[in-house]
Write a protein that binds this ligand. Structure first.
Ligand code: SF4
Length: 327
């Protein structure tokens, strides 16, 4: 039995569905956007689960649904064996235990507040501890994210910090409530390349030290591989491949995963064309696709692909939704 198999499940997503009706400007026509189309997955305690895909694949919608920031059309979110419904105590449970880090720090921090107040805010909202205890937690989390000297940093405003420091403030704010899960939506994509690795390393250290589970949302397979343990590849609101990250990225079984990997792995300028070929277009998200939704751009498509493929296990915990067996 390896370490991974003894981890317990902390979050389970079952058949999560969210469709939007998109109205056309200057027309009575509308179309359905299947942002999340009956997605299921689970995350173990202390695990980093990656949701990877391009913009329009549905990964950020999943995060909003988990946090109940938007209502799902169908499906269940089960946190620590309890379904999270709309009851106030359940909403509070998920919102305390599941914190979000956004791509842009200004999405979660108020530029007019001092760092100290930004970090204290969630503790005050959720009535955690007394004033002294909250202040102690503030100092602790600033040290945890290596924002020092703490006494100086806490008096500053966000614009007085660098981009990397601001993202550490966001991480400190997320950590303040001692969450069991952190949803990190492209947390390093706006940072300079030179400080991306530092931020990822810091998240990795905290994840290992406190056994925090992470849902790492990204389009960047290189950082996914560095930080993640399992991955789900999303295409137009569906998981098309999922499994242990090394297995999926080293031996992809879905043509879309293969294309994503090929496009980034060859140091060839013509790859920019490959990326364009596989990139989701606005029009794709509106199409009512019959059968496999990757069919129109799949080089392996066969007649059978008019029927939507299900996720099938190919090898140990590695699943792909494709009618064709790829080597
Ligand atoms: Fe391509 Fe068919 Fe597989 Fe879809 S099911 S990815 S169209 S081969």
């Amino acid at each position: 039995m390896n370490n991974r198999s003894v981890l317990t499940e902390i979050l389970k997503i079952e058949n999560l569905k969210k469709y939007y009706i998109k109205k056309k400007i200057f027309s009575s026509d509308s179309s359905i956007v299947k942002a999340t189309d009956r997605i299921s997955f689970s995350i173990k305690k202390g695990e980093v689960f990656v949701l990877a895909g391009e913009s329009g694949s549905g990964k950020s919608t999943i995060a909003k649904l988990i946090l109940k920031a938007i209502p799902a059309d169908e499906g269940k979110i089960i946190f620590e064996d309890q379904e999270i419904d709309e009851q106030k105590k359940n909403l509070q449970k998920i919102r305390m235990n599941c914190q979000m880090i956004h791509q842009d720090p200004y999405d979660s921090i108020n530029p007019r507040m001092k760092i100290k107040d930004i970090i204290l805010e969630p503790l005050e909202i959720h009535n955690v501890g007394n004033k002294e205890e909250r202040h102690r937690r503030l100092l602790e989390v600033l040290k945890e994210v290596k924002l020092e000297p703490v006494e100086e940093i806490m008096k500053k405003y966000p614009h007085m910090l660098s981009g990397g420091q601001r993202q550490r403030v966001v991480l400190a704010r997320a950590l303040a409530l001692k969450p069991k899960i952190i949803l990190a939506d492209e947390p390093v994509s706006m940072l300079d390349v030179s400080i991306r690795a530092e931020m990822l390393e810091l998240m990795k250290q905290l994840q290992e030290k406190y056994q925090i589970s992470f849902i790492y949302i990204t389009h960047d397979l290189a950082t996914a591989k560095y930080f993640g343990q399992r991955i789900a590849i999303l295409y137009l609101g569906k998981i098309v491949e999922t499994g242990p990250i090394n297995q999926v990225l080293e031996s992809p079984k879905h043509p879309y995963t293969q294309a994503l990997i090929d496009a980034i792995s060859e140091p060839d300028p013509s790859n920019i064309h490959k990326i364009r070929e596989i990139r989701i277009k606005e029009s794709d998200t509106e199409k009512s696709v019959k059968g496999c939704r990757f069919k129109s751009r799949c080089p392996y498509a066969i007649e059978q692909c008019d029927i939507e493929p299900n996720l099938e296990e190919i090898e140990n915990e590695h699943f792909a939704a494709c009618h064709v067996e790829l080597n």
